[in-house]
Design a protein around this ligand. Sequence first.
Ligand SMILES: [Zn+2]
Length: 311
Amino acid sequence: MKKLIFFLYLINLIYILKAQEIPVPVVVDTVKSGRFDIVLFTDRTWQYVDHDSIIKIVRAEDSVKARKYIIENKLYQPDSTTVFSENWDTVNIFAFGNIDYKRALDTVAIPVLRDTGKFFIPVPGYVQSKFGWRWGQMHNGIDLDLKTGDTVVASFDGVVRYAGWNTGGYGNLVIIRHYNGLETYYAHLSALKCKDNQPVRAGELIGLGGCTGRCYGPHVHYEVRFKDNPFDPEWLINFETKELAVDTLILSPEKFGHVKEICEAQYHAVISGDTLWGISRRYGVSIKYLCSLNGLTENSILNLGQKVRVR
Ligand SMILES: [Zn+2]
């Protein structure tokens, strides 16, 4: 029965791919090998296809895309022995150096959970602030409401890569790397309840909520990053139902346009005598553009040292 479903799936897949005019080798046969299927193609190539992943992907939101990436062998499943050793850094918050658009030029399909893995919402509070640009700055995560002292838990199984104070605004910060290579960040904690290199399970206490660092009211700032590049946690998690949004996450270069924008953004630090008009002349951009980039109005007062985004 399973084999039949798989064949129907492949036939359907070929049909879909043909409809999209994507050249793809035609499947000749499949051989079952444990939880994997060895798929043989007309051009004498073959590949392992993880049966469970296919089923999960088919249920995922952008399943048509996901199927295409499976065939293109873009299922991202890092080796569990190297995922916690390669680019492993317990001192710096960015294990790969910093965000970099060049690390997002490939499309990858990332299975979100391991077989036995679970998901837990880090805190049950409502979303105070979403991912995206606000007042000229990129908000690289999502802010979840809590009271100081509330428990914050790991959202997936993994190993703590960083647990410490960050001077850059995160305050007390925990970073956990997961088996699929994704990392989650939990910031502004009032207390740390884990140490670096510590394995944690989904749902395990890692810290207490608070408002340390650059913060204007208790919340947890929660980020999800792939090789340092942040993306919207709402692609992964439905914070209203507190469930996973997808089984398999598709990350394509188009989805990292904001990373390119972050890398290319330029700022002007306001000095005495600066006006929006002066800044607009200096950088050759309109006042309207400056206002829209920075959430300002033409009458906004500029503060000394304020960073105004100009590109
Ligand atoms: Zn935040």
